[in-house]
Design a protein around this ligand. Structure first.
Ligand SMILES: *Cc1c(COP(=O)(O)O)cnc(C)c1O
Length: 413
């Protein structure tokens, strides 16, 4: 007798990715097929709460009707011209986004990493041509445990060995200091070739590390005193994620260079932006920097709609209010099960719990249990789990998610 081993539809898709795709990710074994708002469905039709929201890119919820409408209408009209010519959307978008955030100029790009790279190049240009740093000596400060993307220059200042190992040689010109350490910043600013300080208002990828209150404002003041650009990577923390339109707003800090991405096109396509005033941005002259897809009309239309929705649907306010509720409720679960959950932290709807790895069971196992109970989350750095749902989530849905989390943690041991 031959037993034919039946594999599920999910297993079939997973096998395809394993066989034909590069193995640079280790996904939770669920194959998603459809999404709407805060929910996603797998190929077997099982429904889940999305508690990762594509690393905060899907702030508007999956397939937001307003974004779908813009995607369809603009894609019927014009999608890409390149910057060899003007197009009828870019100027309108530049006016809109600079007005929205209060800057003179915007430089359009696609992925977050490209936005960061562009900001680093812009900072260096400014250093030589405005600040007057001697040729090839400009340095940019970054923080330990940063995450700014995956290009060689960006990982050159990473302190994560997994992100760096065997990718060298690296780009020089970075100085790495501890995060949330004002004195460390003060110390390195004595070096007059320092030109910029690149920082995440909350270190999301590192496991949602929230700095002390007043840290960003103090860093900004030190940068001002030393004629150094304060560069905020708000690719993940911005656009409402942390309970404000920008996480820097909480301390009334206005970055010299602001980098946005992820939710800027609400999950429809990669769109990033670098914002700055003329004194900085005008250091870039024709031909010195560019991007074929940067500023394409489809991206411009989507970003305008995405920003309009963030404002109209009050996503930062919702994130602030529901983030507080979520942390209070998870804190109750932590008190009930302190042997499993060590701590809860976050801002707005960017949150994480730290798990005590016990008896061979890890954060990964807990995420598998969450999945089986209808909630998708991903572990990071072994013992942390991020809770970052779409910002359109309702209080009722948050409470339902809290119940899923409570039930799962109760049965974890
Ligand atoms: C995701 C992220 C990036 C990189 O964005 P990609 O679109 O993946 O290149 C950079 N900085 C921060 C803070 C991020 O969260």
């Amino acid at each position: 007798m031959t037993a034919t081993k039946k594999i599920t539809r999910s297993q079939r898709f997973i096998k395809l990715e394993k066989k034909y795709g590069a193995h640079n990710y280790e996904p939770i074994p669920v194959v998603l097929d459809r999404g709407e708002g805060v929910y996603v469905w797998d190929v077997e039709g099982k429904k889940y709460y999305d508690f990762l929201a594509a690393y905060s890119a899907v702030a508007h919820g999956h397939c937001h009707p307003g974004l779908v409408e813009t995607l369809i209408s603009q894609s019927r009209k014009l999608t890409l011209t390149s910057r060899a010519f003007y197009n009828s959307k870019l100027g309108e978008y530049e006016k809109f986004i600079t007005g929205f955030f209060g800057y003179d100029k915007m430089l359009p790009a696609n992925t977050g990493a490209e936005g960061v790279e562009s900001a680093l190049k812009l900072c260096r240009k400014w250093a030589y041509e405005v600040k007057g740093v001697p040729k090839n000596q400009a340095k940019i400060i970054t923080c330990e445990n940063n995450f700014h993307g995956r290009t060689i220059s960006i990982i050159s200042s990473s302190t994560d060995p997994v992100a760096k190992n065997n990718f060298g040689p690296f780009t020089p010109g970075f100085v790495v200091i501890p995060y949330n350490d004002i004195n460390a910043l003060k110390e390195v600013l004595k070096d007059k070739t320092i030109s910029g300080f690149l920082v995440e208002p909350v270190q999301a990828e590192a496991g949602v590390i929230v700095p002390d209150s007043g840290y960003l404002a103090a860093c900004y003041d030190l940068c001002k005193k030393n004629n150094v650009l304060f560069i905020a990577d708000e690719i993940q923390t911005g656009l409402g994620r942390c309970g404000y339109i920008l996480a820097c707003d909480e301390e009334e800090v206005r970055p010299d260079i602001l980098i946005l991405g992820k939710a800027l096109a609400g999950g429809m396509m990669p769109v990033s932006a670098v914002l700055a005033d003329d004194e900085i941005m005008m250091a870039l002259k024709p031909g010195q920097h560019g991007s074929t897809y940067g500023g394409n009309p489809l991206a411009c239309a989507l970003a305008m709609t995405a920003l309009q929705i963030i404002r109209d649907e009050k996503l930062p306010e919702n994130s602030y209010r529901l983030g507080n509720i979520l942390r209070i409720e998870i804190e109750k679960i932590r008190k009930e099960y302190p042997e499993t959950i060590l701590s809860v932290r976050g801002k707005g709807l960017l949150n994480a719990i730290v798990i005590r790895n016990q008896a061979g069971k890890t954060a990964w196992d807990l995420c598998m249990d969450f999945k089986n109970n209808g909630l998708l989350a991903k572990p990071t750095h072994g013992d942390k789990i991020r809770f970052a749902p779409p910002l359109v989530i309702t209080e009722e849905q948050i409470i339902e998610c809290v119940e899923i989390i409570r039930k799962t943690v109760r049965n974890f041991n």
